[in-house]
Design a protein around this ligand. Structure first.
Ligand SMILES: NC(=O)c1ccc[n+]([C@@H]2O[C@H](COP(=O)([O-])OP(=O)(O)OC[C@H]3O[C@@H](n4cnc5c(N)ncnc54)[C@H](O)[C@@H]3O)[C@@H](O)[C@H]2O)c1
Ligand SMILES: CC(C)[C@H](C(=O)O)[C@@H](O)C(=O)O
Ligand SMILES: [Mg+2]
Length: 359
């Protein structure tokens, strides 16, 4: 009998609860099929926590996350809280939970499923063989630097500061090299070293760490060029490592290689095996509550949890194979459907994936 793994489940706002509900169905079926045992505990987070508890990240939620083996998160945010003061914004909770749990490394794999090439805006021959992973630094940089307003001669002025220290760069670089060494051995370090001091330090540290990984081929790519090359030669990238904000932007761009942001999973990790798993997309207020959301990114995030935190490779592979099988059979949510009239709902997609795992 396998030991019981505790998973904190945070549905969040908008389409968060819809996609998380499908991932929970998948969680259940893996218990049945593989005999693993999970205990889930639901926690309030984001906008819903602001409404019910007066804060986006209640202490109790943090405690539930800390006492769990892993966290499954939907998405947070929405127009209802957009004009709240900073400490009452769902996004502040998101940054807070990442920092509090020490999750400095955010892995965002973009894999192009052959049968979805028609859903991408790129030509199939450009996409051929695309299988990359963005390793995004998650607890430093401009997101966490000092922010303030001040008066200038031209009126009110806003300041965001971007800071990185050697330790922060080194630990993410090391993780990226380790990942690249286990994949195709290619690492693109993305920065803006022609302008930014933080990027110059970033590049120096990455070059130093590279000495320990002689079998990984390292290239430095400026972020503007990278944004372009991702569309021009996506299949030539293997692992991309970059700082917090560049990684946020480039991973949404990478999502479109796969056909939709609804396809991109992510894992946020620290030094150990503990992790928070969430789709790359947000709460999508424009489609919330209509059964239109693609749950695949969240379901694939669960597969990442099985692989990276629990070491349940059989269940992870089964989930990924089930997703591929359902897509190969032509089933599409509307974000990836060429014929929208034939699109299926969020829960229909979840049910099909569950059925494919059960087979
Ligand atoms: N990790 C998170 O919780 C997270 C991530 C990104 C954005 N957000 C928040 O979400 C809110 C909305 O942000 P946004 O609109 O810029 O980004 P978004 O990712 O929520 O939506 C962007 C577009 O992609 C579509 N989309 C997103 N997920 C989808 C899915 N699973 N299936 C089908 N279509 C999908 C949406 O309908 C929308 O058109 C904001 O409050 C933002 O701060 C939260
Ligand atoms: C909502 C926002 C704070 C968040 C980020 O920028 O990290 C999101 O865009 C993401 O990609 O997870
Ligand atoms: Mg983002």
């Amino acid at each position: 009998m396998s030991e019981v793994k505790k998973i904190a489940v945070i549905a969040g706002d908008g389409i968060g609860p819809e996609v998380v509900a499908e991932a929970e169905k998948v969680l259940k079926v893996t218990e049945e099929v593989f005999g693993y045992k999970f205990e889930t505990e639901h926690a309030l987070f984001g906008g819903i926590a602001i409404d019910e508890k007066g804060t986006p990240l209640p202490e109790e939620t943090l405690d539930i996350c800390k006492s769990a083996d892993a966290v499954l998160l939907g998405a947070v945010g929405g127009p209802k809280w957009d004009t709240n003061p900073k400490e009452l914004r769902p996004e502040t909770g998101l940054l807070g939970i990442r920092k509090a749990l020490g999750l400095f490394s955010n892995l965002r794999p973009a894999v192009v499923f052959d049968c979805l090439k028609d859903a991408s805006t790129l030509k199939p021959e450009v996409l051929e063989g695309t299988d990359l992973i963005v390793v995004r630094e998650l607890t430093g940089g401009i997101y966490f630097g000092e922010k303030f307003r001040r008066q200038s001669e031209q009126g009110e002025e806003a300041v965001d500061t971007c800071a990185y220290n050697v330790t922060e760069v080194e630990r993410i670089a090391r993780q990226a090299f380790e990942i690249a060494a286990k994949r195709r051995g290619k690492l693109a370090s993305v920065d803006k070293a022609n302008v930014l001091e933080t990027s110059r330090l970033w590049r120096e540290v990455v070059i130093r760490v590279a000495a320990d990984y002689p079998n990984v081929e390292l290239e430095h790519v400026l972020v503007d060029n990278c944004a372009m090359q991702l569309l021009r030669r996506p299949s030539s990238f293997d692992v991309i490592v970059t700082e917090n904000m560049f990684g946020d932007i480039l991973s949404d761009e990478a999502a479109m290689l796969t056909g939709s942001i609804g396809m991109l999973a992510s894992a946020s990790l620290g030094e150990g095996s503990y992790g928070l798993y969430e789709p790359v997309h947000g709460s999508a207020p424009d489609i919330a509550g209509q059964g239109l959301a693609n749950p695949i990114a969240t379901i694939l995030s669960l597969a990442l949890m099985f692989r990276l935190t629990f070491g349940y490779e059989d269940a992870a592979a089964a989930i990924e194979a089930a997703v591929a099988q359902v897509l190969d059979a032509g089933h599409r949510t509307s974000d990836i459907a060429t014929d929208k009239s034939k699109a299926i709902s969020t829960s229909e997609m979840g049910d099909l994936i569950v059925a494919a795992i059960r087979k």
